[in-house]
Design a protein around this ligand. Structure first.
Ligand SMILES: *Cc1c(COP(=O)(O)O)cnc(C)c1O
Length: 404
């Protein structure tokens, strides 16, 4: 064979005896077939077979299989981000004239997708009170195709009664989707509570190192595979095997990372709850939290993310005081090894319910640093807020009252 040809061809090397613990990074666009007939019949390979890199490689299939098993589902699709998973989980099931009902405290970009794009395409959009299955029942229509849930709600942590909501939705023939990013499949199994579709932002706890974006859609019923699989194909959506490999690497330590963050976050939540500057700590594992009983009934644990509502007098100073933090990084996203603090705005992100607290609350994500040093950092923040509250110094942060 000519050198130039040899440069191009991949020589056969034995793989027998090579048994690594993890799966390799299989990069491919083209997948070759034994003969022309096999190529012509490639469509028959179905969603489980390999036909083109966009539709899966052994690397991505391994991650999908891990998620399918943990969620207790029929199949999993990977998407380039958590929000892509949310969007692609609902789009296949909606047409003009259909209705989607969304939890009022769902991840804000999901709300934006519904209000901007789904409405533009003629889909009717409604929002429900996450704490009220009765509100879901009263807002169901004959045209409702999907009830979209997220429990706990983004930032304000409302716990939904998923078994009741899914029973109401199914009674009317609607599908139920659940964004399970906070809990991960280790702490909540939405499919076991009646949901049809579960999405995860793998970007957060599952990948766990703040260096990769990915999402997943797991369906509980094989009938839902084809509509999602074919739309994902038509939209040309796939994920890189390198990214999937990073998520697989992080996945191996998810259990210990999550248990650690759970323990430390709950300890911090209890301490913060007792602090005079703090009005309320929004963490479902706290006995004082309104959704605690349902959380205890349905969830298998909590995670490392919760929010702190400061007293009205302290709230205007929280943003400026964040600069006192030396260990907590300031930034969006969460679930990584590094602890994060982010001021979150509530105003403008709800329409079916009213938020009576201040417009801005502090979201904390507890990572893997030494817990004593992390708590000392939070104390620095509290002392700084206290000083600013006393002398009234600092930039006053707009604290608009609640909106309906
Ligand atoms: C972060 C997040 C997402 C989106 O994840 P990305 O990968 O950043 O798109 C979706 N849902 C929830 C609840 C999230 O917190």
């Amino acid at each position: 064979m000519n050198d130039l040809t040899q440069c191009v061809l991949t020589p056969d090397v034995p793989t027998e005896g090579f048994a690594p613990l993890g799966v390799g990074v299989h990069r491919a666009s083209t997948i070759v077939f034994d003969d022309a007939a096999a190529y012509a019949a490639r469509g028959d390979r179905g969603y489980e077979g390999y036909s083109y890199g966009l539709y899966g490689t052994p690397t991505t299939r391994t991650l999908e299989a891990k998620l399918t098993a943990l969620e207790g589902g029929a199949w999993t699709f990977l998407t380039p981000s958590g929000q892509a998973a949310n969007a692609l989980a609902v789009l296949p099931f909606l047409a003009a004239g259909d209705h989607i009902l969304i939890a009022d405290t769902a991840y804000p970009p999901m709300r934006d997708l519904a209000e901007t794009d789904l409405r533009r395409l003629g889909v009717e959009v409604g929002f429900f009170d996450p704490l009220s299955p009765e509100d879901v029942a009263s807002k169901m229509r004959d045209t409702t195709r999907i009830v979209w849930c997220e429990s706990p709600g983004s930032t304000t942590m409302e716990i939904l009664d998923l078994p009741r909501i899914t029973a109401i939705a199914h009674d009317k023939g609607a599908l139920v989707g659940v964004d399970n990013t906070w809990a991960t499949p280790l702490n909540l199994k939405p499919l076991a509570h009646g949901a049809d579709i579960v999405t995860e932002a793998l970007t957060k706890f599952v990948s766990g190192h703040s260096d990769v974006l990915m999402g997943s859609i797991t369906v509980g019923n094989a009938d839902l595979i084809k509509p999602i699989r074919s739309l994902i194909g038509r939209m040309g959506v796939g994920v890189s095997p390198d990214d999937a490999s990073l998520v697989l690497r992080g996945f191996e330590t998810l259990g210990v990372r999550l248990r650690h963050s759970e323990r430390v976050a709950l300890d911090f939540a209890r301490k913060l709850e007792r602090h005079p500057l703090v009005e309320q700590v929004l963490h479902p594992a706290l006995e004082t939290f309104p959704g605690h009983a349902i959380w205890k009934r349905d969830f298998l644990g909590s995670s490392g993310v919760f929010s702190v509502v400061f007293k009205d007098t302290a709230t205007p100073h929280v943003a400026a005081a964040l600069d006192a933090l030396t260990l907590f990084a300031i930034g969006a996203s969460w679930g990584g090894t590094r602890s994060l603090a982010a001021p979150m705005s509530i105003d403008g992100f709800r329409s079916a319910t009213a938020w009576s607290g201040p417009n801005v609350i502090l979201r904390l994500s507890v990572g893997l640093e030494d817990e004593g040093e992390l708590w000392a950092d939070i104390e620095r923040l509290l002392v700084d807020i206290e000083g600013r509250t006393k002398d009234g110094a600092g930039e006053a942060w707009r604290t608009a009252s609640s909106r309906g």
